[in-house]
Design a protein around this ligand. Structure first.
Ligand code: AHR
Length: 332
């Protein structure tokens, strides 16, 4: 079903992890006087990134680093290597360094209240970017900038139900989940399940984490192919896992996109190339280019201005038929 659904929303470690700064950092920023106290108006942003697990993440990191430079904001950047304990350490380091604003993309949803309370007690505002946290106390952060992952899961399910509208089924689906406990894994699974549950012909026959990486996506898909001879559809929570799984499907002598339909999320260039080759059937976009919006919010919260509690990003759905035309315009 070739169609494009525009999904719009205008609502409005130093210890064990590497803590590095982009070129705009003032060498003295580690001993800066504290939130809101800088006479020269310099803003220091501590950013605790998830890791470098996917093409999406690399694009997100680049976007944040470039935007900080452009905005003249000093960025202290930390890579948590997909580990919550590393992110917590990085946030505590930012608190000790008295940065002006802390932003982070939480590896998993739960377990943040203690460290967020420490930041609040130190008077340092926190911005959640890309992924949300699961907390009752929304005063622990100023705003959340990122995608609606449930909506992305629903878009994936809606494409599937339209694609198989005239088919009696059964339709056997295997699912490659993102990092266990992460917001995109939880929400993309839930949104997809919500849509397909209305039609008994769809069945998720296997669902396992591929940790958002190509290598794990391939490994888990190999296991799925060994234990299930009758897979019709692969739903991968991101492009990297889909691309790894495609290798496994090809090595098993099957044609991805034909013998096994492939649904993916993100929209990195490699996935668009795979769509033009007929190997992915549809990509639900998840926009990583959050840098400029993050710097804008950083300036506002550093100045004590009010910001919307939720800032959602603008995204689309790209079926295979649109890949060729869209590819040259892809920015990540
Ligand atoms: O949180 C966004 C998700 O994290 C992306 O979809 C995935 O590729 C990344 O690793």
């Amino acid at each position: 079903m070739a169609r494009r659904t525009a999904v719009l929303a205008g609502i409005a470690l130093i210890a064990s992890t590497a803590l590095t700064a982009c070129s705009t950092e003032n060498p003295d920023s580690g001993t800066a006087p504290g939130p809101g106290a800088k006479p020269d108006g310099e803003i220091v942003l501590g950013f605790a990134q998830v890791g470098a697990e996917s093409g999406w993440r690399t694009a997100n990191t680049k976007s944040v680093q470039e935007a900080a430079k452009k905005a003249g904001i000093t960025l202290k950047f930390s890579d948590a290597q997909q580990k919550q304990e590393n992110q917590i350490k990085a946030i505590r380091t930012f608190i000790q360094q008295r940065v002006d604003v802390i932003a982070f993309s939480p590896v998993v949803e739960s377990g943040w209240d203690t460290v967020l309370k420490e930041a609040k007690d130190a008077g340092i505002p926190v911005i959640l970017t890309d992924r949300a946290v699961d907390t009752q106390d929304t005063s622990l952060y100023k705003t959340f900038l990122g995608s609606d992952f449930v909506k992305e899961g629903r878009s994936a399910g809606e494409w599937l139900t339209a694609e198989y509208a005239d088919d009696k089924g059964p339709v056997n689906i295997v699912e490659l989940q993102g990092t266990t406990g992460s917001a995109p894994a939880n929400d993309r699974k839930a949104g997809f399940a919500e849509v397909i549950k209305g039609d008994g012909k769809f069945e998720v026959i296997a669902s396992q984490t591929g940790d958002f990486t190509r290598a794990k996506g391939k490994e888990v898909m190999q296991a799925f192919l060994k234990s299930h001879k009758d897979i019709d559809v692969l739903y991968a929570h991101n492009d990297d896992m889909a691309l790894g799984a495609i290798q496994a499907i090809e090595e098993a002598g099957k044609q991805p996109g034909k013998d096994i339909k492939v649904i993916s999320v993100d929209g990195i260039k490699d996935a668009f190339v795979a769509m033009t080759q007929g190997k992915i059937n549809v990509v639900v976009e998840c926009n990583p280019l959050l840098g400029d919006q993050l710097m804008d919010l950083t300036e506002k919260v550093a100045a004590g201005e009010d910001v919307p509690a939720r800032v959602e990003t603008e995204e689309g759905v790209f079926p295979q038929a649109e890949a060729e035309a869209a590819l040259p315009g892809r920015r990540y």
